[in-house]
Design a protein around this ligand. Sequence first.
Ligand SMILES: NC(=O)c1ccc[n+]([C@@H]2O[C@H](COP(=O)([O-])OP(=O)(O)OC[C@H]3O[C@@H](n4cnc5c(N)ncnc54)[C@H](O)[C@@H]3O)[C@@H](O)[C@H]2O)c1
Length: 256
Amino acid sequence: MGLDYSKNDLSGKVALVTGAGQGMGSAIAHALAKTGASVVVNDINESTADSTAADLRTFNSEVISHVANVVKSEEVDVMLERVISKFGQVDILVNNAGVLRPTALVEISEEEWDYVVEGNLKSTFLCSKAVLPLMQENGWGRVINISSSAGKSVSTIGGAHYTAGKAAVLGLSRHMAKEVAEYGITVNAVCPGLIETEMVRSTISRERTDQYAEMFPAKRLGLPNEVADLVTFLASDQASYITGASIDINGGDLMI
Ligand SMILES: NC(=O)c1ccc[n+]([C@@H]2O[C@H](COP(=O)([O-])OP(=O)(O)OC[C@H]3O[C@@H](n4cnc5c(N)ncnc54)[C@H](O)[C@@H]3O)[C@@H](O)[C@H]2O)c1
């Protein structure tokens, strides 16, 4: 099952997915490649970025992997220079890279606060700032920011810095959407609930994961490819009048 990619033809488009070495980012990069988009696989981790990129080439998608820490403006700028020299444009930006720590507020150090808030928020700001002028020039663009149900409520497994960072991504998304709508650019946030990825596996035990699943109306966690299908729809022409929205994908865990 899943999205009918034949109705979502993104051939000729160039997509940049941050944090695409594993988890949701990798699934999103795969889904966009299946629609015919050329894909830039970014991650801070070289081996996972390379392995996602190698997989994508099997779909005949034009792919580059680029290692960059997207909270560093110099690294984002170098990445964009490379992408422009290879593809000349970026049509779809998926701000997926993010970090989580499960620390209680009174235990959060200043360094950890900055790491988590910047990893979710500054990364989204820097990549959007670098890419939006290209989209404005083209008169078409899609920015999809991966927030979280944490951004609308309280994180299930992360700390207050994660909740605050993801809530801020929602504000940033709305503001960006308003500024760039007249250029044919949509900006939307996606708010997943608990999704089966390394972020969850490395934070809580299998037993706790199963307990959460039991509490959710859908009685299970979400899958990375379910989020990827939503992102691919938002990236398509079919979603051209959806902007400034935050879309929940959480098996009914939180309904807003
Ligand atoms: N898994 C969940 O339950 C869940 C739920 C809601 C939202 N999210 C969000 O979805 C996104 C993807 O999460 P995931 O579960 O796939 O996580 P993950 O930890 O499995 O993967 C995140 C990827 O991002 C990369 N990354 C992190 N910081 C980076 C940086 N500064 N520069 C470049 N790459 C960086 C990591 O190396 C990793 O490959 C994150 O923004 C996360 O906060 C996850």
